[in-house]
Design a protein around this ligand. Structure first.
Ligand code: TXA
Ligand code: MG
Length: 333
């Protein structure tokens, strides 16, 4: 029924806002990945997101807002939140805060906290503005893929994944960041990084003037932190750069066709090869599209060059580790 994405012109954005305010779902672009949006204050609409995604009911969604003013309607707003919002909103940063008692918790998976983010993509902002003009306070939106699958970074990916179940999809072109937002938990006595993303831990620390801690056993459960999240169907294996050529030779010797995502200069013998950009920001942008393409190549195995798990590469390394851990797991959801 919605086999084609709609170019996000003013008319389509207005229609999308109307649909949201009537409790329908709309998929829309953000600078990170495409989101599957619902009115966060509408129980029925939020329930439809969980159903369509196949997402367990206790996994909270991020609520997208225009700015700190809208955010402070949903959550208690400490000084740390204001500082981070001043520095990084609108942008790829989600803040976990204590939800205000008056604010509906339909999107919060039973938690007393709430995840809030002001996206910077112009289409997302225009949609949030049009929705606010109709009285909307926030759009709950997980990534617009089925649970456990690779996040969509183009409008066509949403249709590929959701098929005939896809709602209206606003097309805002390819996502610039390409991996999901950084998530920082501000509900505890110290800031905790729950998910690495477009904003680095070092940038958060510079603005806060204090350390940001790695997640630990007390951290809330988050689907983005399940070991098997973000997996394509074809098994993925991370391989050190200097072992790629010999591994391909061994696998060719037993008759396997090999798909490879690696930086230039290694693995020229692969049967399907996509170049991983040498720059970590560009690699993040290309990541999910490359995994989708290689997943469809018909090869039995995808090899990916292992990248450093530090600094600018942190978000890409994190998603690749989860994709490799989930080899085959995606079929289960
Ligand atoms: O970049 C993004 O964040 C994208 C775009 C669409 O904005 N959204 C996204 O949503 O990645 P999703 O649902 O795929 O991931 C949301 C993450 C999950 O790991 C979830 O557990 C965490 O945010 N989260 C949301 N609310 C939370 C809360 N109250 N406490 C702890 N984690 C929370
Ligand atoms: Mg997701």
């Amino acid at each position: 029924m919605n086999a084609h994405p709609r170019p996000a012109d003013a008319q389509a954005i207005d229609e999308a806002a109307r649909r949201l305010s009537e409790g329908e779902l709309v998929a829309f672009p953000t600078e990170t990945v495409y989101g599957l949006g619902a009115d966060a204050a509408c129980e029925r609409a939020v329930a439809a997101v969980y159903r369509l995604k196949g997402r367990p009911a206790d996994h909270p969604l991020i609520v997208h807002v225009l700015d700190a003013t809208q955010a402070a309607w949903w959550a208690h707003w400490p000084a740390r939140a204001q500082r981070l919002a001043d520095a990084f909103w609108p942008g790829p940063l989600t803040l976990i805060l204590r939800r205000r008692d008056e604010a509906p918790g339909f999107a919060c998976g039973g938690q007393s906290s709430i995840g809030l983010r002001a996206p910077s993509h112009p289409v997302a902002r225009a949609l949030l503005e049009a929705f606010a003009a109709r009285g909307g306070r926030g759009v709950a939106a997980p990534s617009a893929n089925r649970f456990g699958r690779v996040s969509p970074t183009r409008a066509a990916h949403v249709i590929d994944d959701l098929g005939a179940d896809a709602p209206m999809v606003l097309d805002g072109g390819p996502c610039e960041v390409g991996v999901e937002s950084t998530i920082v938990d501000l509900t505890r006595d110290r800031p905790v990084l729950l998910r690495p993303g477009g904003v680095g831990a070092d940038q958060l620390e510079a603005v806060l003037g204090e350390s940001v801690f790695a997640r630990d056993a007390q951290a809330p459960r988050a689907p983005g932190t399940l070991a098997s999240h973000y997996a394509p169907v074809t098994p993925i294996e991370l391989v050190a750069r200097d072992e790629i050529d010999s591994l391909i030779a061994r696998l060719h010797a037993i008759g396997e066709r090999i798909a490879l995502w690696a930086r230039p200069g290694a693995g020229s013998g692969a049967d399907e090869r996509l170049a991983m950009p040498a720059d970590p920001e560009l690699a993040a942008r290309a990541l999910y599209g490359a995994l989708r393409t290689l997943d469809r190549s018909g090869c039995r195995r995808i090899l990916v060059e292992r990248v450093p798990d530090t600094g600018d590469w942190h978000a890409v390394a994190d998603r690749l580790r989860r994709a490799a851990a989930g080899a085959g797991a995606a079929q289960r959801s």
